[in-house]
Design a protein around this ligand. Structure first.
Ligand code: FAD
Ligand code: SF4
Ligand code: SF4
Length: 410
C-alpha cells in the first residue's frame, strides 16, 4: 500500500503494520492493529452474533411483524433517494460522501474514515482519514478490492479524533461494531453500503480487459438494478451490457474469493444508515436503521429527494434458477444454462418482467444467502455452525435448503 501522511491536504493514510496471515479474511485492518488477536472477537468469518449485535446497536432485534426486516435487518424507514444535484464522480448520486462532508462541515466529527483511490490505480482502494469537508469529493465512487481501513482506528484515536464517522462495507462494519466499546470513541457514526461480489483489484482488472480492448479508459462500472452493467469511459461515452451477455464464462473460477461468496450480511445491518441502490429502481436506496441514522439523513436537508420505494415482479423463479446454477457450477461461476441465441432476448425481457424495486433487493439478498450456504458447505462445512445466522437459514428454507447435521448453531 502507498503510505501517505498528508495532514495539510486533509487526507491521511499512515503507514500500517503488515497483516497477520488469516484464513477467510478480507484484511479489514483488525489484524494490523496493536493486538491482532482481536480478530477472534471481531471477525464476521469466525463466530458472528448478529442478533446480539443488532440488539446492542439498534436497541431491538428484527421484528417478525415487519416482513422485510427478515431480508434487510432492523430499520425505521426504507426510502428511494437521490441527491437533487448528483455529485461528479460519485458511484450513484453521492449521498454517502455528502453525508461525510456535512459531518465535517458541521463539526459533528473530527474525521471520516473511508477509502480513496490509489494514486497509481483508480480501481484500488486505499484507506484514509479525512478531516477537511472538501476532501470527501476525493473519496467518491466505487473501487474494487479490499483495504484495511480499520487499522486506522488507532491512528485516529492517537491523533485526538475522538468523534469519528466510518464509511464501510459489511465485513468492515461488523468488526468495527465488535470493537467499538473497547476503542472508546466519544461519538461514532456508521454509514454502511451494501456489498456483494467484491474481488481483488487485480482480478477486477482482468474483468475490465474482457469488457473493452482499452480497459484503461473505463472510469465507472456498476451492476445496476435493471439487469445491466453500466460502463463509462474517459471520453464521456457510456455502454450498458445486459447481465446475460457478460463474459462470465471467460472469468477464472476463483474470480470471486471464497470470503465474498460466503459472507452473511449483504445489507450492512449494523450501520446507522445503509446507502445502496438495490431497491431504488434506478435511484439510491436507503435503510435508516436508528436515531443516529435519522440524524445523518437530516444533514442532507432538502438537497435530497426522498420517495417511497416500490416493488414489482416475483423473485421466486430467478432465485430458484440461481440456486440450481450455483449447485451445477460446483464451486465455479454460476453461468445461466441458456442457448446463446436466447440471451439478447432475455437480456431485453428481464428488466420488464423480472423482480424490480424492493423485490429485486429481496431476490439479491436471497441469492447471496443461497450462495453462502452452498459455498460454505462445499469449502468450509465445519464453519457453518458458527458462521451462519438463523436469519440466513430462514431465507433459504423456502428453496429447500436446510441445515444438515452439525451445520446449525444450537
Ligand atoms: C465492492 C462493492 C460492492 C457493492 N455492491 C453493492 C450491491 O450489490 N448493491 C448495492 O445496493 N450497493 C452495493 N455497493 C454500494 C454502491 O456501489 C454505492 O457505493 C452506494 O450505493 C453509495 O453510492 P453513493 O453515490 O452514495 O456513493 P459515493 O458518494 O460515491 O461514495 C462511495 C463510498 O464508498 C467507499 N468505497 C468505494 N470503494 C470501496 C471499497 N472497495 N471498500 C470500501 N468502501 C469503498 C468510498 O470511499 C466512498 O466513501 C457496493 C459497494 C462496493 C464497494
Ligand atoms: S477481523 Fe478483519 S483482519 Fe481479522 S480475520 Fe477478520 S477480516 Fe481478517
Ligand atoms: S462481499 Fe462480503 S466479504 Fe466481500 S468485501 Fe463485500 S462484505 Fe466483505
Amino acid at each position: 500500500m502507498v503510505a501517505r501522511h498528508d495532514h495539510a491536504a486533509g487526507l491521511w493514510t499512515p503507514p500500517l503494520n503488515a497483516p497477520a496471515p488469516r484464513d477467510l479474511c478480507t484484511d479489514c485492518g483488525v489484524s494490523r492493529m496493536s493486538d491482532p488477536k482481536r480478530c477472534g472477537q471481531a471477525c464476521q468469518f469466525i463466530k458472528p452474533d448478529y442478533p446480539a449485535m443488532e440488539l446492542k446497536i439498534h436497541g431491538r432485534r428484527r421484528d417478525p411483524s415487519r416482513a422485510d426486516e427478515a431480508f434487510f435487518g432492523p430499520y425505521r424507514r426504507m426510502l428511494q433517494a437521490a441527491m437533487k444535484e448528483p455529485r461528479d464522480g460519485a458511484q450513484w448520486t453521492g449521498i454517502t460522501t455528502t453525508i461525510g462532508q456535512r459531518l465535517l462541515e458541521t463539526g459533528a466529527v473530527d474525521a471520516v474514515l473511508t477509502m480513496t483511490a490509489d494514486p497509481h490505480d483508480k480501481w484500488k482502494p486505499v484507506p484514509v482519514l479525512v478531516t477537511k469537508p472538501e476532501d470527501m469529493a476525493r473519496c467518491r465512487g466505487m473501487r474494487m478490492g479490499y483495504a484495511p481501513s480499520l487499522a486506522l482506528l488507532e491512528n485516529a484515536l492517537s491523533a485526538g479524533y475522538k468523534r469519528l464517522a466510518v464509511i464501510g462495507i459489511p465485513c468492515q462494519i461488523y468488526a468495527l461494531r465488535s470493537l467499538e466499546q473497547q476503542l472508546g470513541f466519544d461519538r461514532l457514526y456508521v454509514i454502511g453500503t451494501p456489498c456483494s461480489d467484491n474481488t481483488t483489484t487485480e482480478a477486477f482488472h482482468g474483468f475490465l480487459r474482457l469488457l473493452s480492448d482499452k480497459p484503461e479508459t473505463i472510469t465507472y462500472l456498476e451492476f445496476c438494478a435493471d439487469y445491466h452493467v453500466e460502463l463509462r469511459f474517459d471520453d464521456g461515452r457510456q455502454k450498458r451490457i445486459p447481465f446475460l451477455l457478460l463474459p462470465i464464462s471467460k472469468l477464472p473460477s476463483d474470480f470471486f474469493p471464497i470470503t465474498c461468496r460466503t459472507c452473511v450480511d449483504y445489507t450492512n445491518t449494523l450501520a446507522d444508515i445503509t446507502v445502496g441502490y438495490m431497491g431504488g429502481r434506478g435511484e439510491q436506496w436507503l435503510l435508516v436503521r436508528n436515531e443516529r441514522g435519522e440524524e445523518l439523513l437530516e444533514l442532507l436537508g432538502d438537497e435530497v429527494k426522498l420517495t417511497e420505494p416500490t416493488t414489482a415482479g416475483s423473485r421466486i423463479a430467478p432465485v430458484k434458477g440461481f440456486l440450481k446454477n450455483t449447485e451445477l457450477a460446483a464451486g465455479g461461476l454460476p453461468v445461466r444454462g441458456m442457448p446463446n441465441w436466447l440471451r439478447p432476448f432475455m437480456g431485453w425481457l428481464m428488466p420488464k418482467v423480472g423482480p424490480r424495486g424492493i423485490e429485486f433487493a429481496r431476490a439479491r439478498v436471497e441469492m447471496k444467502a443461497v450462495e453462502s450456504v452452498l459455498h460454505l458447505r462445499r469449502a468450509y462445512q465445519s464453519k457453518m455452525k458458527n458462521m451462519i445466522p438463523a436469519h440466513v437459514w430462514a431465507l433459504v428454507k423456502p428453496y429447500g435448503l436446510e441445515p444438515l447435521d452439525g451445520e446449525r448453531r444450537d
